[in-house]
Design a binder for this molecule. Structure first.
Ligand code: FE
Ligand code: ZN
Ligand code: FE
Length: 202
């Protein structure tokens, strides 16, 4: 719904601008105001993304401990616990970015993350404690990491375009940690869990 609203708002201002260009030709003043307009639209989109991931990271600080409780593999428990600590850092980094932008930190419910967490809970309650459940937890956790990688990747690109180098570097550190969390989970899955789960099945 918000997308529709902002799209119609955008197309409104764009069409009046291109109207001006058609009648007067494009002076450098118009180009500048056009760029400023696009910057503020991109800034708004960035802020929406930030509110979304703020909600998501906070939700994860509550969801990851539940995954830890349901996991069996020592490696998996360790990976989840260490990513929980990182996730708490991710929350504070987002608050730092809000402060740099001179905005109050505000969260907006991320329906995607809410759905991924709900699926993780379903997987955990549908399986017995052991390697199969661990494999399910890894699958669910990797979907979470991929969502975060997409979000932080986008926000870094937006920040770069907007010339917000400090913001880009803060969120870039989080992006790296999300990527490492994802590849760590892949290693755990390959090293033990999936094999044990297959053996248990067969
Ligand atoms: Fe995170
Ligand atoms: Zn979302
Ligand atoms: Fe993460």
């Amino acid at each position: 719904m918000e997308t529709t609203k902002s799209t119609s708002r955008n197309s409104g201002s764009n069409s009046s601008r291109s109207e001006a260009r058609r009648t007067n030709g494009s002076s450098s003043n118009e180009n500048q105001s056009n760029r400023a307009g696009l910057s503020s639209q991109l800034g708004k989109l960035f802020e929406d993304e930030l509110k979304d991931i703020y909600w998501a990271e906070k939700a994860l600080t509550k969801a990851i401990p539940k995954m830890v409780k349901k996991a069996s593999s020592a490696e998996l428990i360790e990976a989840l616990e260490s990513h929980l600590k990182e996730t708490e850092k991710h929350v504070s980094r987002i608050e730092e970015v809000f402060a740099i932008l001179d905005k109050e930190p505000k969260a907006k419910k991320c329906e995607a993350m809410a759905g991924l967490i709900k699926e993780a809970e379903e997987i955990m309650s549908d399986s017995e404690k052991g390697p199969m459940r661990d494999a399910g937890i890894i699958a669910a956790a990797q979907k979470v990491e991929h969502y975060e990688i997409a979000s932080y990747g986008t926000m870094c690109t937006f920040a770069k375009t907007l010339g917000w180098s400090e913001v880009k570097s803060i969120l870039g550190s989080t992006l790296e940690e999300e990527k490492n969390a994802d590849s760590g989970l892949t290693e755990i899955a390959e090293a033990c869990i999936n094999i044990e789960a297959a053996v248990e099945e067969g």
